[in-house]
Ligand binder design. Structure first.
Ligand code: GFB
Length: 313
């Protein structure tokens, strides 16, 4: 049986892979690595862990991630920590001659001043949005690193580029979280205390949101059937793009929060939009059914309510 090592294995996407892994249990031995098992900031520890576990495949999800406000406040850590983690993991995967490694980027790393929709070829065609420079360049360098190992040594390192991800097992910390988990937590508190549900910014920015379990299925497809080494965007369709204000309304409805939504326009809107084309993915998967945002938010909120005492917050 082949071994699949998942770095960041207990995070949002790693947990989603675990949720859908039942169908693969006779085919792969999955290892869900988290920071307590191995410090990926330390190369000797990283290499030792890889040598001990001898992965055939690596799904590299581990990263210092966060929402708009965490990125705006911590560009140094978002750049430095991700650079170090990526250098260590990619080098160890090369040393162990893994059959395939999948590295996870994000559509926020594409140039900000661009003709939409974004496609894979645009990745390095201009500076990213100022709100997430540190993170964006650490991920662009990860793509260049994978490309360089493929060219120089013939490795099989592939980069996936998801849009904004949400789902169970996310980080719901009010300051560091991405928009959907942050608003779910805010609305929960507003409902509990009968206080205003405050959305940061104007609520007009647009985003494409992919449900974590859909992304997990897409990643297993990339592992098993995507034979290119060129990056691929994993995103819902363009017409599923939605405003932050609309997302907040779906969340309020799910909590039966019927008071007015308030928008704190002193807070940043970040990038107005980053509309991504999934044409390449659709060429391979014309019939893939992405979870509708209302259903995804509803399932995430059910999980949130059931697990509130133990969630990351
Ligand atoms: O998911 P998010 O934090 O990041 O979404 P980005 C930000 C959008 O949601 C902005 C609005 O327009 C915010 O004004 N928003 C409203 C909120 N209320 C809140 C709130 O309570 N918390 C947050 N976080 N946003 C990130 C990148 O960009 O995209 C990351 O910074 C990563 O590096 C991620 O790539 C996928 O979509 O703007």
């Amino acid at each position: 049986m082949k071994t699949v090592l998942i770095t960041g294995g207990t995070g949002l996407v790693g947990s989603a892979i675990k949720t859908i892994s039942e169908q693969y249990k006779n085919k792969y031995h999955f290892i869900y690595l988290n920071r307590n098992d191995c410090n990926l900031m330390n190369y000797p520890s990283t290499l030792a862990y890889f040598i001990k576990n001898k992965p055939n495949f690596v799904i590299h999800l581990a990263a210092n991630v966060g929402g708009l406000f965490k990125n705006m406040e911590n560009p140094v850590q978002m750049l430095e920590e991700n650079l170090v983690i990526n250098l260590n993991v990619i080098k160890a995967a090369h040393i162990l001659k893994v059959d395939k490694l999948i590295a996870c980027l994000s559509t926020c790393i594409f140039p900000d001043n661009i003709t939409y929709p974004i496609s894979e070829k645009d990745l390095h065609n201009g500076p990213p949005h100022t709100s997430n420079e540190g993170y964006a360049y650490s991920k662009r360098i990860l793509q260049t690193l994978c490309n360089s190992y493929n060219k120089q040594y013939g490795d099989n390192f592939v980069c996936i580029i998801p849009t904004n991800i949400y789902g169970p097992y996310d980080n719901f910390n009010l300051d560091d979280a991405h928009v959907i988990p942050a608003l779910i937590h805010k609305c929960y508190i507003a409902k509990e205390n009968n206080t205003p549900f405050i959305v940061s910014g104007t609520g007009t920015p647009l985003r494409q949101f992919i449900y974590s379990e859909d992304l997990a299925r897409n990643i297993m497809w990339v592992l098993e059937e995507y034979n290119e080494t060129e990056p691929i965007i994993l995103s819902t369709d363009e017409q599923d793009e939605i405003s932050i204000g609309c997302v907040a309304k779906y969340i309020a409805k799910e909590f039966d929060y019927d008071a007015y939504l308030e928008f704190d326009t002193t807070k940043s809107d970040g990038q107005y939009k980053k509309t991504a084309s999934n044409e390449k993915f659709r060429k391979y998967n014309p019939a893939f059914n992405f979870t509708k945002i209302e259903k995804g938010i509803s399932d995430t909120i059910s999980w949130f309510k059931q697990n509130y005492p133990n969630i990351r917050k």
